[in-house]
Design a protein around this ligand. Structure first.
Ligand code: UDX
Length: 440
């Protein structure tokens, strides 16, 4: 059993803290947002993630997880400190590392204070958990060396997190692999012990390689999606079916069937930010990563495709009622960061369309960006009198919609399936004019 600190109570931080607490470690999680910390202490989750609430409740109640706003309290109480603060994009695409720098300085200050009080030997393992560009670990190490007393022993390691929103708990507890970049045997042994209950291959590397593995993996997945989206455009032009093409490709084990789902493209808090940061990092070190620039461009085009299809169906959009089902960047989350829906809604509004929306979880977040569009309580209320229904997120709930009823209450039976997840043949039989992505 270890004393673990996690700085940052965002998606990665809170899931990491809760899961380590679930594994019986003593965990302290810090965030400088006092409202957020209060909320969690009151067992009210700051975001929706299936299964998280139960684990947080259980571990707060059995005192395995405690919450604080104080990095110095956390530094004092933890032998292993995970940095899981945000690394948002700056306008030039690079990751803003000021939060990582600030917490590093706070840790160094706390260690300095501790040294004044405690006489015994102090060791801390500081771990990057957030997605950071290569060489961040070196900066963290330099900063700690510069700012904390020389008697304090520490290691800096990189242990990037690969969890996906919506399946974060499972991804943490049953990952495909665990990546650990370390420079010392002592740190390596701590990680071996820490992750012993999790059955997954552990890849030990140097810190820089671990940092690159995270960016390279996320960018590769974004590339894979953009690749199938490019194929979807070819399919549309010749009347082929991208779903069949993806199925045929996916059986090849070297390609694999995952992340070959064509649609309105990738969004979320990771892919857009990480691809941009990887491109910028390449530029900084003298490698123009043009392949990834094309990956971004294809992703943008997928969003525009929805507007093109809407115009093909309705001619003019001005004054027409259009319904959107699904706002979150993917199902099972209320997260709308960089969701395709945001850009698509902006473009439809620019065209003069009247929008009505529904999402099982993400409407409150969307209201902050678009307060003036109409939000509905049910999909049926949303589609009443609409000229066009657009699906942007493949929530399970939408698969069970009564489409006969939908057809009756819509003005014209047009559907754009932005995620290719509906039963196309059934919809056509019901009398809908259906347009998918890369298949008609
Ligand atoms: C991603 C990575 O998968 C995860 O390993 C990393 O830690 C964080 O970033 P996440 O952003 O939660 O996770 O979502 P993910 O399930 O990967 O989907 C990302 C986006 O790609 C979504 O907008 C999704 O709709 C889209 N997507 C995914 C597709 O368009 N097609 C696919 O085949 C798969």
């Amino acid at each position: 059993m270890r004393n673990i600190g996690v700085i940052g109570a965002g998606h990665v931080g809170l899931v990491t803290a809760a899961c380590f607490a679930k594994l019986e470690h003593n965990v302290i999680c810090a965030d400088n947002d006092s409202q957020k910390i209060e909320k969690i202490k009151n067992l009210d989750m700051p975001f929706y993630e299936p299964g998280l609430e139960e684990i947080v409740k259980e571990t707060i109640r059995n005192k395995k997880l405690i919450l604080t706003t104080s990095v110095s309290e956390l530094t004092e109480k933890s032998d292993i400190i995970f940095i899981a603060v945000g690394t948002p994009s700056t306008p030039d695409g690079s990751a803003d590392l000021s939060y990582v720098e600030n917490v590093t300085i706070e840790i160094a200050r706390a260690l300095t204070e501790m040294k004044k009080i405690f006489d015994n030997k102090i060791y801390r393992l500081i771990v990057e958990k957030s997605t950071v560009p290569v060489l961040t670990g070196e900066w963290v190490k330099k900063t700690l060396e510069l700012m904390s007393p020389t008697e304090i022993e520490f290691d800096v390691a990189a242990n990037p997190e690969f969890l996906r929103e919506g399946s974060a708990i499972n991804d943490f507890l049953e990952p495909d692999r665990i990546i650990i970049g370390v420079g010392s045997e002592k740190a390596k042994r701590i990680f071996e012990e820490l992750y012993a209950p999790i059955k997954a291959p552990i890849v030990f590397t140097d810190v820089k390689s671990a940092e690159i593995i995270k960016h390279a993996s996320n960018s590769f997945l974004a590339l894979k999606i953009s690749y199938i989206n490019a194929i979807s455009q070819i399919c549309e032009k010749v009347g082929a079916d991208v779903e069949k093409v993806a199925e045929g490709m996916g059986y090849d084990k070297r390609i694999g069937k995952d992340f070959l789902k064509a649609g309105v493209g990738w969004g979320g808090s990771c892919f857009p930010k990480d691809v941009a940061a990887f491109i910028k990092m390449g530029e900084d070190i003298g490698y123009p990563f043009n392949l990834l620039k094309e990956v971004q461009k294809i992703n943008k085009e997928q969003r525009l495709l929805v507007i093109k299809k809407a115009k093909e169906l309705l001619w003019n959009l001005r004054g027409k009622e259009i319904s959107i089902l699904g706002l979150s960047f993917k199902p099972n989350t209320d997260d709308i960061r960089d969701a395709p829906s945001i850009e698509i809604i902006s473009l439809l509004l620019k065209e003069g369309a009247i929008l009505k929306c529904y999402d099982p979880k993400a409407m409150e977040n969307m209201k902050k960006i678009f307060p003036d569009i109409l939000y509905c309580q049910t999909p049926y209320e949303c589609v009443k009198n609409s000229s066009l229904l657009i699906f942007l997120t493949e929530w399970d709930e939408f698969k069970n919609i009564d489409f006969e009823k939908i057809k009756e209450i819509m003005k014209t039976p047009y559907i754009i399936d932005g995620r290719n997840f509906l039963d196309r043949d059934k919809l056509k039989k019901t009398g809908f004019i259906y347009k998918g992505i890369g298949r008609n």
